[in-house]
Design a binder for this molecule. Structure first.
Ligand code: SAH
Length: 354
């Protein structure tokens, strides 16, 4: 299953690179580690490393499909219209969302923005009609876009700055023993820290995600130019905060992010507050950033679960426990957030009021 077998371990490549040119930035480390990780396997599902909401239950994709349909219908059913998914994994969310959308006459062109060839093969089986893109730039520039990104932004590499006795420095990575450790870089980075936070106490870490900022900036630009709406769903916070949120998951367990790069999924919390500001700075409407549990409840997940259980009573318990995983407080209901964006003139969108 892994085309990574037989390839030189990424840890060895990093060691050689660092021996030649010195420590690499944490952002470089995370970016390369995830590129290797995603290109060499299907990480999703029970047999993989982690499970995501669309893989837990069809209800997740279906309710997203209803949300997008409602937006599109209320905005006047413009065609052509594009469904654009960033990091679509196994294509499960798209399949569930678009099956529901079709019942209401929404049959968009399907665009998957995906870098992993291993996942692309699986997506091709799930959604044979989709077009693939390496990044957003090749998505057609006309017709509204309905954008979805679930657990995409958290996989993009973060940059970390740390306050040292000599001022702000970028966090760099170098080998130590079996794995790697973070050290402070030698270049002064004070200018990269916002005024208000420059005097933070020694040891303070500031984490930013330039890739997430760029993705939201670009999506916002498309919404302004072409119309449409977007949903970004991820775990993260809606208040600015300090500290590192980098973590690694392998076989459903948290592991050390600095051992075996490329063998585990590296993620960081998504800073939704900053992303909302970026979208608004382009003139897009920020509909809100709300807990996933609340959003799914407002969209009617309870009724959907009951309807599914009536059709398949033998699965009633499984349907109920899947629903709980998606909306439960100690589960995905609170930690995960849904951020909605819409083009000017587009409707407000269900689930963002209240
Ligand atoms: N949305 C899916 C998969 C989440 S895993 C789900 O919810 O199940 C993260 C996804 O983002 C994978 O499809 C991965 O290959 C993709 N990905 C990670 N980094 C990427 C990048 N820089 N550009 C495009 N896709 C990326």
């Amino acid at each position: 299953m892994t085309e990574g077998e037989g390839r030189e371990p990424l840890a060895d490549i990093f060691r050689r690179l660092i021996a030649n040119t010195g420590p690499i930035s944490l952002m470089h480390y995370m970016g390369e580690a995830n590129a290797r990780y995603y290109s060499s396997r299907d990480p999703l599902g029970g047999a993989g490393d982690f499970i995501t909401a669309p893989e837990i239950s069809q209800m997740f994709g279906e309710l997203i499909g209803l949300w997008l349909t409602d937006m599109w219908v209320n905005a006047g059913r413009e065609v052509p219209v594009h469904y654009v998914e960033l990091g679509p994994g196994r294509g499960t969310l798209a399949r569930d969302a678009l099956r529901v959308a079709k019942r209401y006459g929404l049959e968009p062109q399907i665009h998957f923005v995906e870098t992993s060839t291993a996942l692309k093969d699986i997506q091709l089986e799930t959604m044979p009609g989709a077009q693939w893109h390496h990044d957003l730039s090749s998505v057609p520039p006309y017709g509204p876009v309905l954008v979805v990104a679930n657990e995409f932004l958290d996989a993009l590499p973060v940059r970390q700055l740390v306050k040292t006795p000599d001022g702000w420095r970028e966090r760099m990575v170098m080998p130590e023993g079996e794995g790697f450790v973070c050290v402070a870089g030698t270049q002064p980075m004070d200018a990269a820290v916002p005024e208000a936070r420059r005097n933070a106490p020694e040891g303070t870490i500031i984490e930013t995600c330039p890739g997430a900022a760029a993705a939201v900036y670009e999506v916002a630009g498309r919404l302004i130019e072409q119309g449409g709406a977007a949903l970004f769903i991820d775990y993260g916070h809606d208040q600015l905060r300090d500290g590192s949120t980098l973590q690694a998951v392998r076989a459903h367990l948290k592991v050390d992010p600095f051992v075996g790069p490329g063998e585990a999924d590296l993620t960081a919390h998504v800073d939704f507050a900053t992303l909302a500001q970026i979208a608004q700075s382009r003139g897009v409407r920020w509909l809100g950033t709300v807990p996933q549990g609340r959003w799914l409840r407002e969209l009617g997940i309870e009724a959907r679960a009951e309807a599914l259980a009536q059709v398949a009573p033998q699965h009633a318990a499984a349907i109920d426990s899947a629903k709980e995983r998606l909306i439960g407080e100690g589960q995905m209901g609170v930690l995960f957030k849904v951020m909605g964006l819409a083009a000017p003139g587009w409707p407000g969108g269900a689930g963002f009021h209240g």
